[in-house]
Design a protein around this ligand. Structure first.
Ligand code: ATP
Ligand code: MG
Length: 295
């Protein structure tokens, strides 16, 4: 099973700790086995998508990384510090799947509260920068109860960034966002990658994940069932060539075979109007990996 960087990230001879390293992680809730030995790593500046059906164990994994619940076995470390330790907590930002800020707080007050909780000395400058970053620059005085769901979700993202974390754990951060909001978040994630922040993005929006993530890990019933770069997982699915008489399919051909196929068809007197190399989307890969799971 490819798990990407494998152990540690080597940069210029220096071995840097992974932003998040999860090893043989297990979690039982009474009789329910939510995680059954998960290995997963997020490098610095790496964006990893965590996918899986409802109940697969995604939020459980994220909560363990945050130190909100304890694992039953295995380990999770943030920059080499055990999950839940003060050093690990200080290094991460978290946006919970179901969160609610007090309705009477303004955007600015929410961030101010989280600056106190996180011990951030960033002051007004940090708050203004974060609100700008999530597209809420004009809404700093707006009360939470007067915000749309999507605005609250973006405020949640700004909250997760208070104190300049090295690892961001985002549990479905774009579920309430419209296409413009999603684009804002996509750009934000790219910007964070440029700053060397590791991101674990837990989402059901596969096309989003495919566009933005460096690597994806698909889990099902507490186990990793597929992992890799989106383009590695998206296997070729043949070539279609549009001819005068209609479309002809070559299901075993790859993109590299296309020129020879076209040359052959032209040699046979065909007129070629279009050529398409087909690839499985992340959605196809996902559906195949978790086939039959309705839990
Ligand atoms: N506090 C809890 N007590 C008992 N069982 C729990 C608890 N939290 C989660 N579970 C169970 O653990 C399993 C994994 O749940 P989890 O919330 O991690 O899934 P998920 O992948 O985040 O799902 P979703 O996509 O619906 O958010 C499920 O079977 C769930 O019912
Ligand atoms: Mg969840």
């Amino acid at each position: 099973m490819p798990t990407g960087l494998g152990g540690a990230v080597h940069t210029l001879g220096r071995v840097a700790a992974a932003a998040l390293a999860v090893r043989a992680l297990e979690k039982r809730y009474g009789r329910i086995q939510a995680l059954r030995g998960i290995d997963l790593e997020v490098g610095e500046g790496e964006l990893v998508g965590l996918l899986g059906p409802n109940g697969a164990g995604k939020s459980t994994l994220v909560k363990i990384a945050c130190g909100l619940i304890r694992p039953s076995g295995g380990s999770a470390t943030i920059l080499d510090r055990p999950a839940g330790s003060p050093a690990a907590r200080a290094a991460l930002g978290y946006l919970a799947e179901l969160f609610r800020f007090p309705g009477w707080y303004s955007a600015d007050e929410v961030l101010s509260l989280h600056q106190k909780l996180a011990g951030s000395s960033g002051g007004e400058g940090e708050r203004a920068e974060l609100l700008e970053l999530v597209g809420l620059g004009d809404a700093r005085a707006r009360r939470v109860e007067a915000m749309s769901k999507g605005m609250q979700q973006r405020l949640g993202l700004a909250q997760a960034l208070v104190g300049s974390p090295r690892l961001l754990l985002l549990d479905e951060p774009t579920s309430a966002l419209d296409p413009v909001g999603r684009r804002i978040v996509r750009r934000l994630l790219e910007e964070l990658r440029g700053r060397g922040i590791g991101v674990l993005l837990n989402s059901h929006l596969l096309s989003e994940v495919e566009r933005v993530c460096d690597r994806v890990v698909i889990i099902q019933r507490g186990e990793v069932v597929a992992a890799g770069r989106p383009e590695e997982l998206s296997r070729p699915r043949g070539v279609e060539i549009e001819l005068a008489g209609g479309v002809r399919s070559f299901p075993d051909a790859s993109r590299e075979d296309a020129p020879a196929l076209v040359a052959r068809l032209v040699g046979e007197g065909e007129r070629v109007y279009g050529v398409r190399a087909l690839a499985a989307t992340l959605e196809d890969v996902y559906l195949q990996a978790v086939e039959g799971d309705t839990s």
